[in-house]
Ligand binder design. Structure first.
Ligand code: NAD
Length: 461
C-alpha cells in the first residue's frame, strides 16, 4: 500500500506519469461502458470507505466542522457519481439528428468520444470536491485524469495521492503533488483538456500555457459575488442564510457572498439581524465554537487582517494569528477604491454597502467584473426578475446562497472574469467529451448534379 507522502513530485516522475496515462488512453481500455462504471463505483467506494479519513484530513487543513466537510466534500461528490452512473448509458449513446434531402439517403448522429488525458488543477478550500467532481465527468466520458491538488491543503493532498490510485484504475489516474513549480512543469506538456480551479492570476498562466498546445480550458475562478437585498426582503431569513453561507469555512468559499448590497432603509435592521444570527450560530466567542473553521495559512491571515482597517467594524474584528482565527466580521463604509471593495475577500469579512434607487445597482454592477455568483434577497417578484435578467453572473440564487450546487442539471461555472466553461451533472460529461458529428451515406441516388462538369441546370438543384 502506498504511504501518505507530502513530498513534491519530481520532474522526471511528472513526465513518466503523463506518458503512463497516454499509454492507458491509447490502449482504448477507458472507452468501454464497463470501465467507466467501475471508475464511478470506485469514487463512491472511496467516499464510503474513507469518509472518516477524508474528514480528518480536511479538519487538519482547515478545521472545518464535520458537518460542513460531510455536506460539501462527502455527500455532494457521492451524489454526483451516483447521478452519472444512473445517466451513463443515455449520455454515452449516439444522438441521432435529421439528415436533409441533399445528404439522402443517409443517417446522421452525434457520437460522444473522450478527449484523452485531462489535467485537473485544484485550489485548497474543497480539495476533494474540486478533483473528484470533475473526475466524475471525465471518467464518465472515458478519459484519463492527472490531478494536481493545492500544496496549501497538504494533508488532503497527501491522502489524495495515496487513495485515488487505490480506488481507481491506477493506469488512468495520476497525482502530482507540488506548488507553482510543479504546476508549471505540468503545463509545459500537452493535455487534451485542462480544468483549473483557483484565482485569476494563475488562470492567466494556465491559459497561456494551454494556448501553446491549443488545449481547451475550463476555468473555475472567483470574484466579488454580491448579495443584493431589497426593501421587500424577509430580513430575518436573509440574515440567517447570509450568516450560514458567508461564515462557513470562515468565508473561504468561491461562491459565498463577498459583500452585501442592501437597500438603505433596511441596512440597520439587516446588520442587527446578522449580529444576532452570528451569536445564535457561533456563540459570543466563535473562536470556541467547533463549527467555525480557520484561515488556511499565516499569509492569508495577514492578508485578511490587513483589510480590517478599511471602513468601520460594526461587528467582530478580533483575530489570533497563532490560531489562524478571524472572527466573523461586519464592516460598514468601506472605501470604494480600497482593497476590501476591489479584491475578492475569501475570508470571514462581510462589507455592507447600501443602495437607494434600483438603477444604482445596475450602474454599480456595470463597472465591475461579472461575478461567479449573484444572490438576490427579495419578496418582490418583479425585483427578483429584473435583477436576474439584467445582471450577468456565473450562477444565481434567489433568496438563498450557494444551493444551486445541489441541483445536478444546473451546470456550475463562471462567466467573464469569474471563469469559463462549466461542469457537474450532464454538463460534466459534455465538458470532457467531443460530440463527433458523423454522416453515413447510402449508395443509392448518386445524383449527377453534384459532380463536374457543372452547367447552368445544375445550379437549380
Ligand atoms: P491559486 O490560484 O493560488 O492556486 C490554485 C492552484 O494553482 C494550486 O494548485 C496552486 O498550486 C497553483 N498555483 C499557484 N500559483 C501558481 C503559479 N504561479 N503557477 C502555476 N500554478 C500555480 O488559488 P487558491 O488560493 O488556491 O484559491 C483561491 C481562489 O480560487 C479564489 O479566487 C477562489 O474564488 C477561487 N476558487 C474558485 C472555485 C470555483 O469553483 N470557481 C472554487 C474554489 C476556489
Amino acid at each position: 500500500m502506498n504511504q501518505i507522502t507530502t513530498e513534491f513530485t519530481a520532474a522526471d516522475q511528472i513526465d513518466a506519469d503523463i506518458a503512463h496515462l497516454r499509454t492507458a488512453f491509447a490502449s482504448g481500455k477507458t472507452r468501454s461502458l464497463q470501465w467507466r462504471k467501475a471508475q464511478l463505483k470506485g469514487i463512491i467506494r472511496l467516499i464510503d470507505e474513507q469518509e472518516d479519513a477524508i474528514i480528518a484530513a480536511i479538519q487538519a487543513d482547515l478545521r472545518k466542522s464535520r458537518v460542513e466537510a460531510f455536506i460539501a466534500e462527502i455527500a455532494a461528490i457521492k451524489k454526483e457519481a451516483q447521478y452519472a452512473l444512473k445517466n451513463l448509458k443515455r449520455w454515452t449513446s449516439k444522438k441521432k439528428v435529421k439528415t436533409p434531402m441533399l445528404a439522402q439517403p443517409g443517417k446522421s448522429w452525434l457520437q460522444p468520444e473522450p478527449l484523452g488525458v485531462v489535467l485537473c488543477i485544484t485550489a485548497w478550500n474543497f480539495p476533494w470536491h474540486q478533483s473528484l467532481t470533475p473526475m466524475v465527468g471525465a471518467f464518465a466520458a472515458g478519459n484519463c485524469v492527472l490531478v494536481k491538488p493545492s500544496e496549501l491543503c497538504a494533508t488532503s493532498a497527501a491522502l489524495i495521492a495515496k487513495l485515488y490510485p487505490q480506488y481507481l484504475d491506477p493506469d488512468a489516474v495520476a497525482i502530482v503533488q507540488g506548488g507553482p513549480e510543479e504546476t508549471q512543469a505540468l503545463l509545459r506538456n500537452k493535455f487534451d483538456h485542462i480544468i483549473y480551479t483557483g484565482g485569476g492570476t494563475v488562470a492567466r498562466i494556465v491559459m497561456t500555457a494551454a494556448a501553446q498546445h491549443l488545449t481547451p480550458v475550463t476555468l473555475e475562478l472567483g470574484g466579488k459575488s454580491p448579495a443584493i437585498v431589497d426593501k421587500s426582503a424577509d430580513i430575518k431569513m436573509t440574515a440567517r442564510r447570509l450568516v450560514w453561507g458567508k461564515f462557513q469555512c470562515a468565508g473561504q468559499i468561491c461562491i459565498t457572498a463577498d459583500y452585501v448590497f442592501v437597500h438603505k432603509s433596511k441596512k440597520a435592521e439587516l446588520i442587527a439581524a446578522l449580529k444576532q444570527e452570528i451569536a445564535n450560530g457561533l456563540g459570543a466567542d466563535p473562536q470556541q465554537s467547533n463549527d467555525y473553521a480557520r484561515i488556511i495559512n499565516a499569509r492569508h491571515h495577514d492578508r485578511l487582517t490587513g483589510l480590517l482597517s478599511e471602513g468601520r467594524i460594526v461587528h467582530g474584528g478580533r483575530h489570533d494569528k497563532a490560531d489562524l482565527y478571524i472572527e466573523p466580521t461586519i464592516i460598514e463604509d468601506a472605501p470604494e477604491g480600497g482593497k476590501l471593495m476591489s479584491d475578492e475577500i475569501f475570508g470571514p469579512i462581510l462589507p455592507i454597502v447600501e443602495w437607494e434607487k434600483e438603477e444604482d445597482i445596475y450602474a454599480w454592477m456595470a463597472t465591475r467584473d461579472k461575478p461567479l455568483a449573484l444572490y438576490v434577497f427579495a419578496d418582490d417578484k418583479g425585483f427578483q426578475t429584473r435583477i436576474v435578467d439584467r445582471i450577468s453572473a456565473g450562477n444565481v440564487a434567489i433568496n438563498d446562497l450557494m444551493l444551486f450546487v445541489v441541483v445536478p442539471e444546473l451546470p456550475f461555472g463562471g462567466v467573464g472574469a469569474s471563469g469559463m466553461g462549466s461542469y457537474t451533472g450532464t454538463q460534466g460529461f459534455c465538458t470532457f467529451s467531443h460530440f463527433k458529428p458523423v454522416l453515413k451515406r447510402g449508395k443509392r441516388m448518386d445524383l449527377d448534379a453534384r459532380y463536374v462538369p457543372y452547367n447552368s441546370k445544375k445550379e437549380k438543384i
